[in-house]
Design a protein around this ligand. Structure first.
Ligand code: NAP
Length: 407
């Protein structure tokens, strides 16, 4: 059994209350190390030790090295070999993503139950899940984890209708919404204070994760988990599901997630949505790049528009990204058309003949006025139209007054 010598620090800060991410970050390293940096096998061992009430101890120096090899993991515990009961995980919102994630939870041996607006009884029977037609009935099952998989737009209404009093006081609420600040604030506002809160975002879905979850990022923020408690243990066991599936675990604050996601995921979805408006089709000469665009379009539109709208409406950083995208497109257009402007200037200054505004005489002869081969003919490209291609800040001469041959 580990000693309680003062030269050793406890892994678990017993009888402290490191409930929030900020608390833990301010606490000396060992708490964070324990929860997030251990190889999963050690986590399981420590979780078992923890549930047996034992404390594992380790020196500060050992912590800064590889904890898995340096720490004493040979403590005997009567619970060490005992089979852990599966977590009871209740899913609300059993659509596209709810069903997809449920398969992974089942693969890891946990008990999955679900409720949703639509009736998924048959699907659940076929797949070994328990479907409840009513939220109340599911809550009476007293799940360990309450997993919110509803659309971003419907989540607030759904959460507000959950009969919290029917749940265990140490229930952990987890959401998988593709935005994170919104559910965090909603949970903190409406959940009873003893409930745990984990805001998560698996950065993959039924399309990108259909071949398995290995290497795919799983972002999470332990917003409120009571340390040194069974809730803490259940939280770690829940996170282990994704780690055991091979996900790349990324602990990140909800705010940071939303900043990154607006600049990456929201942009990706937006480009996909724009491309889908072009009705792109496969051609016999597809380049690799074009194949990527076709795939992007297909992936994007397989998600609901509600999801996309949620990414925009419920992320404070999304509007800025739309503006950036707009500006970027303008810049690219200006680069292209700015070149055309140079050609026009050359014609004006160096008096290279330009297709002229056709007067009555010219109109008669218009077929004999030929535009330089690199420009469309006069009817297709009026001087005024070209002015709109000017690079901002540069003055386009009044074409009618100054362009040679116009008068
Ligand atoms: P979604 O369109 O965002 O959400 C569909 C789910 O929301 C369904 O379960 C649906 O219930 C429920 N729902 C929609 N409107 C509702 C309403 N008015 N009242 C009650 N329930 C309502 O599509 P999704 O792909 O399944 O995404 C679910 C959640 O997972 C979202 O929060 C999304 O951001 C997140 N997520 C999705 C992906 C992905 O790749 N798809 C990846 C990571 C996270 P019914 O099915 O019963 O109608």
């Amino acid at each position: 059994m580990a000693s309680s010598s003062s030269s050793f620090l406890h892994f678990f800060p017993t009888k402290t209350s490191l409930q929030t991410r900020e608390d833990r970050e301010n606490f000396p390293f060992q708490y964070k190390k324990h929860h997030y940096s251990f190889p999963s096998q050690n986590k399981i061992n420590q979780a078992k030790l923890y549930s047996s009430g034992l404390q594992l101890q380790c020196s500060p120096l050992e912590h800064s090295l590889t904890t898995s090899t340096m720490c004493n993991l040979t403590v005997e515990s009567p619970l060490m070999d005992k089979e852990e009961a599966p977590l009871k995980i209740a899913i609300v919102g059993f659509g596209n993503f709810g069903q997809f994630i449920a398969q992974g939870l089942k693969r890891q041996g946990h008990q999955v139950m679900a409720t949703s607006r639509s009736d998924y009884t048959d699907y659940c029977k076929l797949n070994g899940f328990h479907f409840f037609r009513s939220m109340d009935a599911m809550c009476e099952e007293k799940p360990d984890i309450f997993l919110i998989c509803s659309s971003i737009l419907s989540t607030e209404n759904i959460v507000r209708t959950i009969p919290f009093h029917k749940l265990k006081p140490d229930t952990i609420f987890v959401d998988v919404l593709s935005v994170k600040q919104f559910p965090k604030n909603l949970f903190l506002e409406v959940l009873p204070p003893e409930f745990g809160i984990v805001c998560a975002h698996p950065m993959f879905g039924p399309e990108s994760g259909k071949e398995g979850w290995a290497g795919l990022p799983f972002v999470y923020d332990r917003v409120r988990v009571f340390s040194d408690s069974p809730q803490d243990l259940n939280c770690q066991r829940f996170l282990n599901i994704f780690e055991n599936e091979g996900c790349r675990m990324v602990e990140m604050s909800c705010e940071e997630h939303d900043r990154h996601a607006a600049g990456s995921q929201f942009i990706t979805h937006t480009i996909g949505r724009i491309l889908s408006q072009l009705n792109l089709e496969s051609t016999p000469i597809n380049t690799k790049g074009y194949e990527t665009l076709l795939k992007l379009t297909e992936n994007t539109v397989s998600d609901s528009f509600d999801l996309y709208y949620g990414l925009f409406m419920y992320n404070v950083n999304a509007t800025e990204q739309i503006d950036n995208l707009d500006r970027a497109f303008e810049t690219v257009k200006q680069k292209l058309f700015g070149r055309l402007h140079d050609i026009l200037r050359k014609q004006i200054v160096e008096r290279v003949p330009l297709p002229v505004e056709v007067n009555a005489e010219n109109r008669r002869k218009k077929n004999s006025i030929s535009a330089p081969s690199f420009l469309p003919n006069a009817e297709e490209m009026h001087i005024r139209d070209i002015a709109s291609f000017a690079v901002p800040g540069e003055v386009i001469p009044n074409s009618k007054a100054q362009a040679p041959g116009i008068r």
